[in-house]
Design a protein around this ligand. Sequence first.
Ligand code: ZN
Length: 89
Amino acid sequence: MGYRARSAYSRPGAPTTSARPNLTPSAMKHAAEAPPPPEIVYVKEKRVACNGNGGALGHPIVWYSLESGSAECGYCDRKFVYDPDKAKG
Ligand SMILES: [Zn+2]
């Protein structure tokens, strides 16, 4: 009885075998999409605008106040630090 069930599962095209290959690539893709480490941007003004650097990863422009010294963008996770010395250039 157990032998019969086993031979049915090993048939090519069985639902179990066709579902498996789909699992691995999607899992690998998910791992490859891990978010990059947040970028720190030094600015010399206490107000900063962020639009996610534009391009494909851009987002609507948002303004942040750096009165407390730093702010983190809720869209792209970049951190803005008020530091006029490092913001040169
Ligand atoms: Zn942003």
